[in-house]
Design a protein around this ligand. Structure first.
Ligand SMILES: C[S@@+](CC[C@H](N)C(=O)[O-])C[C@H]1O[C@@H](n2cnc3c(N)ncnc32)[C@H](O)[C@@H]1O
Length: 232
């Protein structure tokens, strides 16, 4: 049961504060895409192209590349009925998330990968920045995967069209998010995302007849989500 926060609502606010209002054991599935952890102006070995530097600095300024405070993971565990969570991340964040969910909470895990066919065509002396990870952690949860939906990678271009349409720099492809929701929840379940961006998780949930709760702190992205939800 959720008392303070209504089902099928999105909230303009700070995830770290608003999540405290969600009842314990009230959420069936979390699908979330928190800020990645990208060091400003650095690629690891000090070499970075001008194009990559510009992108990194833009992402940092719009608050989608500063990582998260890891104590929110305790809140995620508190609000889920059973551990059932997808978290998008970059390479640097894999280890802390695995440590937490597998090391401490003994969840099963899967590393899903989105490989982008149109990455920024530069790498300095590093490997190219052409994939993103989606970690899945669960305990006591059965999947509804099929031959079509059970693969662990997607190979697609970045969705430039949706980026332009909805104005979010790191919008996720809705088809991937729908696959995750279908594989790990049932109609009527409650899906939660407290780093909602342009609302992809909420829109996918609504279209799949799941309930949703979302939080986003940027008022422009919050408004975009409201509009997307109205027209789906
Ligand atoms: C990676 S983006 C999510 C993009 C989303 N998956 C989509 O498809 O549009 C992360 C979002 O988290 C938001 N955010 C960052 N810190 C936040 C916080 N403390 N509370 C709520 N939202 C936050 C950012 O404004 C950004 O829109």
């Amino acid at each position: 049961m959720i008392k303070e926060v209504k089902l099928n609502s999105i909230i303009l606010g700070d995830a770290y504060e608003v999540i405290k209002k969600i009842d314990s054991k009230s959420i069936d599935l979390i699908v979330t895409d928190p800020p990645y952890l990208i060091s400003k102006g650095s690629s690891g070995n000090g070499r970075i192209s001008k194009q990559m530097l510009k992108l990194t600095n833009e992402l940092q300024d719009s608050d989608v590349a500063n990582g998260i405070k890891l104590d929110i993971l305790d809140e995620f565990m508190r609000i889920m009925k059973k551990p059932n969570i997808y978290i998008w991340c970059n390479k640097k964040q894999i280890l802390p998330y695995l440590d937490y969910f597998v090391g401490i909470h003994k969840c099963s895990f899967e590393i899903l990968t989105w490989i982008k066919t149109n990455p920024i065509p530069t790498c300095g002396r590093n490997y190219m920045n052409d994939k993103e990870y989606c970690l899945y952690f669960r305990k006591g949860i059965s999947l509804h995967t099929t031959y079509q939906t059970g693969k662990t990678y997607w190979i697609t271009p970045t969705n430039v069209k949706d980026k332009k349409l909805y104005g979010h720099p790191t919008i996720k492809p809705i088809d991937i998010i729908k696959t995750l929701i279908q594989n790990s929840s049932a109609p009527g379940d409650v899906v939660f995302d407290c780093f909602l961006g342009s609302g992809t998780t909420a829109v996918a949930s609504k279209e799949l007849e799941r309930n949703y709760i979302g939080i986003e702190k940027n008022s422009d992205y919050y408004e975009i989500t409201l509009q997307r939800l109205l027209s789906c």
